[in-house]
Design a protein around this ligand. Structure first.
Ligand SMILES: *[C@@H]1O[C@H](CO)[C@@H](O)[C@H](O)[C@H]1NC(C)=O
Ligand SMILES: *[C@@H]1O[C@H](CO)[C@@H](O)[C@H](O)[C@H]1NC(C)=O
Ligand SMILES: *[C@@H]1O[C@H](CO)[C@@H](O)[C@H](O)[C@H]1NC(C)=O
Ligand SMILES: *[C@@H]1O[C@H](CO)[C@@H](O)[C@H](O)[C@H]1NC(C)=O
Ligand SMILES: *[C@@H]1O[C@H](CO)[C@@H](O)[C@H](O)[C@H]1NC(C)=O
Ligand SMILES: *[C@@H]1O[C@H](CO)[C@@H](O)[C@H](O)[C@H]1NC(C)=O
Ligand SMILES: *[C@@H]1O[C@H](CO)[C@@H](O)[C@H](O)[C@H]1NC(C)=O
Ligand SMILES: *[C@@H]1O[C@H](CO)[C@@H](O)[C@H](O)[C@H]1NC(C)=O
Length: 591
């Protein structure tokens, strides 16, 4: 037996064992005094660390973690029998090789044990009575091991167990009634195993099960029969299960589902009454399938739905009534599809509730998105990544004054959209990584200072004194330190890949020579003239055509009132919708 040792001069947790007094004392070197609290000291194996924790719900707990890797077996003889939480883990590249028999129950059981985690330990099987007599055990975490089969005997005597985590093993076999002793079980996770079938009555006696995760198993289909025993299920996940369809009988049985995750499967279509039984559904993930259309009234009975992900499918269209009845929808992800236009009517049910929408990676031109954003005043977060944007007009978010999060990464922006961002006063998260920005001016940097989370990585930063000088100053003197120091120079070639944190003003290239500068000013002026001429000509000839798409000022809106988006929604009030005074130049994709 080895007592927990604390070298003098170092702060060390030291704790006492006593049924009436489980306190912890911080010994600040030798000056600290041990308070009176009779009881034996808690012992801790050399290869582990032990401390006392306090959780308002569960109370004080002695927590033993052995996570650096174990040479031999679990040093169970040296673990204090009063432990509440035991964690055995190892670095993934240096996994343990452990077997577990009834080591926690003999000779005397760990009567207090509430949570047992044995992870990354290549455990090949669970013995028959391994957990017998651990009356207080609530949670078993055996993820990242090498279990190939499990059976009812493994879980004898665990009638109080609520959480069982068996993800990342090689489980193939699970006979009927495998979990029949676990009558209190609420959470069961079996993701990343090799389960191919769900045998009848597999989940018998799991009437209290709330959460079931079967993700990443080669199931190909789900046997409806097994859901008869778990009708109180609220969360069901089967991502990456090779599913082509789900027998809707399952939804009928598990009609209390609040969260359903069927992402990364092989659904090609959904019937219009697919989810008709799931009246309590709040979160539905169908991302990473092969859906090509969402038909009218698809979610008509899912009136409580808040989160809907349809990302990474093959959608070209959301039908005009695809979102009918979704008056509580808050987050919609339609990114990475083939959508090139919208019916405004589609979004009529969600105009007052939708808070985030992700358009990234579609075939959309900015005009289409601009029109839609005009009718979504409550929007807080917008995803506009991977849309080949070269520019975003300053008025783009005029109608979206609550914008807090903006993702415009993976585009082709060459200039920082300063004017656009001065109008989004409440922005707190900005991702503008993977663009073609070369420099940030002082004004840009000032604007960025007020945004809590900024990602500027993977742009084509130019490291000469004119372009990067100010950025270096901001790096060393402002809150932008952390954001800027990770950026890397892109040009000149000799500095490519050099991190801003390793950069100093002297190392930067000098500014382009005055001659070059003059030439670039002249070139710039000429470009400007051309641009102005083009803009005037464009404005003259486009006014009428654009008016048919959307409205840029009050007069035009009145002239064409019958075509205004609000009109389409049958709304007479424009509410807080602001008037855009400036001409609204949008650069269509690919121009
Ligand atoms: C289940 O928990 C209760 C209360 O915590 C306890 O009295 C009982 O002995 C436990 N039963 C088993 C088999 O662990
Ligand atoms: C299982 O244990 C590992 C290692 O301690 C931990 O990272 C993981 O969060 C645990 N899982 C659960 C569900 O407690
Ligand atoms: C896992 O178990 C199988 C057979 O049960 C064995 O062949 C394999 O070597 C084990 N893997 C590891 C990493 O121990
Ligand atoms: C939408 O909800 C209403 C109840 O408010 C219901 O009558 C109607 O059938 C629902 N629509 C669909 C398509 O289910
Ligand atoms: C929408 O959510 C609110 C709470 O945020 C709730 O009171 C209301 O009943 C929900 N509406 C529907 C149709 O579920
Ligand atoms: C889309 O954007 C939302 C937030 O705006 C984000 O949570 C989600 O992960 C994004 N989806 C994808 C597929 O990038
Ligand atoms: C953009 O597309 C690239 C390449 O397809 C992908 O790696 C990246 O995750 C996408 N980013 C977003 C935010 O959609
Ligand atoms: C910037 O951050 C680095 C590392 O996070 C830190 O070492 C440095 O002192 C910080 N500089 C300033 C000026 O805050």
């Amino acid at each position: 037996m080895k007592k927990q040792s604390w070298p003098s001069g170092r702060a060390e947790w030291h704790f006492m064992r006593n049924t009436s007094c489980q306190l912890l004392f911080l010994l600040w070197s030798s000056t600290a005094v041990m308070l009176s609290c009779s009881g034996a000291e808690v012992t801790c194996p050399e290869e582990c660390s032990c401390r006392s924790t306090f959780d308002p719900e569960a109370g004080a707990a002695v927590r033993v973690s052995c996570t650096r890797g174990l040479m031999r077996a679990v040093p169970v003889d040296y673990i204090d029998r009063s432990a509440h939480i035991i964690i055995i883990d190892a670095p993934p590249d240096k996994q343990n090789e452990l077997t577990i028999g009834p080591i926690f129950t003999q000779p005397t059981p760990f009567v207090n044990l509430r949570e047992l985690h044995i992870v990354n330990s290549n455990v090949p099987s669970i013995g028959q009575y391994s957990f017998w007599g651990l009356q207080n055990l609530r949670l078993i975490n055996l993820t990242h091991n090498n279990l190939t089969s499990i059976g009812a005997d493994n879980f004898r005597g665990l009638i109080n167990l609520t959480d069982l985590y068996l993800d990342h093993n090689n489980i193939e076999q699970m006979p009927s009634e495998t979990f029949r002793h676990l009558t209190s079980l609420r959470t069961l996770t079996l993701s990343n195993n090799e389960i191919t079938t769900l045998v009848p009555r597999l989940f018998r006696m799991l009437a209290k099960l709330i959460t079931l995760d079967l993700s990443d198993n080669p199931l190909t289909e789900l046997n409806p029969e097994v859901f008869k025993d778990i009708q109180h299920l609220r969360v069901f996940k089967c991502r990456g299960c090779l599913l082509r369809r789900v027998n809707t009988q399952i939804y009928h049985l598990a009609s209390n589902l609040e969260e359903l995750d069927l992402g990364e499967n092989q659904f090609k279509y959904l019937t219009s009454d697919e989810f008709i039984s799931l009246k309590r559904l709040k979160k539905l993930k169908l991302d990473g399938n092969q859906l090509s259309v969402i038909v009218d009234h698809m979610f008509g009975r899912n009136r409580e739905l808040r989160v809907l992900s349809l990302a990474r499918n093959r959608l070209a269209l959301l039908a005009p009534a695809a979102l009918a009845n979704l008056t509580n929808l808050t987050h919609l992800d339609i990114s990475h599809n083939k959508i090139d236009r919208f019916h405004l009517q589609t979004f009529a049910p969600v105009v007052d509730c939708l808070k985030t929408i992700n358009f990234s990676g579609n075939n959309l031109v900015l005009n289409e998105i601009a029109i839609l954003l005009q009718i979504l005043p409550e929007i807080h977060g917008v995803g506009l990544a991977n849309l080949s944007l070269t520019d975003i007009p300053p008025n783009f978010f005029t109608y979206n004054e609550h914008l807090v999060a903006l993702d415009i990464s993976w585009n082709k922006l060459t200039n920082f959209p300063y004017k656009l961002l001065t109008k989004t006063k409440f922005l707190q998260r900005l991702d503008i990584s993977h663009n073609k920005l070369q420099t940030l001016t002082e004004l840009d940097l000032q604007r960025l200072e007020a945004i809590a989370q900024v990602n500027l990585a993977k742009n084509t930063w130019r490291c000469d004194q004119c372009s990067a000088g100010t950025m270096l100053v901001y790096m060393t003197t402002t809150v932008l330190n952390a954001t800027l120091r990770h950026l890397k120079c892109y040009s000149p070639m000799r500095l490519r890949g050099v991190s801003f944190s390793d950069m100093s003003f002297d190392r930067l290239d000098p500014c382009p020579t005055t001659h070059e500068a003059q030439m670039s000013v002249i070139a710039g002026l000429m470009l400007l003239c051309v641009a102005v001429l083009a803009a005037v000509a464009g404005a003259l000839c486009c006014t009428r055509r654009r008016a048919a798409h959307y409205y840029t000022n009050e007069e035009k809106r009145r002239e064409h009132e019958h075509e205004h988006p609000d009109e389409l929604l049958g709304r007479t009030e424009l509410g807080s919708v602001a008037t855009i005074h400036a001409p609204y130049h949008l650069v269509p994709k690919g121009s």
